[in-house]
Design a protein around this ligand. Sequence first.
Ligand SMILES: Cc1cc2nc3c(=O)[nH]c(=O)nc-3n(C[C@H](O)[C@H](O)[C@H](O)COP(=O)(O)O)c2cc1C
Length: 248
Amino acid sequence: MPPHASPSDIPTPQTAFKASSHASDGKTHILLAATGSVASIKIPLILSALSKYSNISIRLVFTTSSLLFIPPLVELLNIPNVDGIHLDHHEWPRGLSSNPAETLDRTAQEIDQETAIWAKIGDPILHIELRRWADILLIAPLSANSLAKIVGGFSDNLLLSVVRAWDTNKPIAVAPAMNTLMWEHPVTTSQIKVLETEWSWFRVLRPVEKLLACGDSGSGAMKEWSTIVSWVVEEMKLKLEGGEVENS
Ligand SMILES: Cc1cc2nc3c(=O)[nH]c(=O)nc-3n(C[C@H](O)[C@H](O)[C@H](O)COP(=O)(O)O)c2cc1C
């Protein structure tokens, strides 16, 4: 298996991310997230395609499970228009682990360093800042697990906290990807129905049929990455470098 991303690729930044510092950059802000599906291997392709568009800024949020399928994160930071990667431990540093044994392993100084990102009322909180910053959130792929948590209102990681705190005047597009039997399960049907019929700010880019990574064949594969990019381009009216609108 090729080398993959690890949470330690991107240490907790010493300076907190603030949406207001980027509010007047004149760019379309795309928050792209991936969850723990094999289809996360398409993230570099999605980013390379988006990097051709002008006046956009892309920030990435990855669940811990998705990192298994994504190349080392510094490689993604080298792609044009990718301006930041945000991980769970940037919001909840290890020093604040709910496991007392883990916390005892760390010195008071280490804990102070890791938790300095939020010190007092008014300091930026990452998931709120990302929501303020983003013009659109694209979750591609969306796992069965994260789908269920979104519909259930859970917010126990950075991505789910962004979704839970979302401004419903802005769009969230999701591209589910899962095993055929997971996709066809009645619980998935009812969760997708909530997104498609009750939560107007969601757009479901439905999976397609093909031979899946697990060997099963049927629906559940993430929509073709280029189709997902085309949808974002159209939705956000992105223009290619040089000012032309892509004619695809
Ligand atoms: C190799 C491998 C591939 C997986 N592919 C998928 C998938 O395509 N879709 C899915 O919903 N879950 C898949 N899973 C299971 C998820 O990774 C697991 O449910 C995880 O808890 C998802 O966490 P997340 O939603 O926080 O990213 C896969 C797991 C493994 C080990």
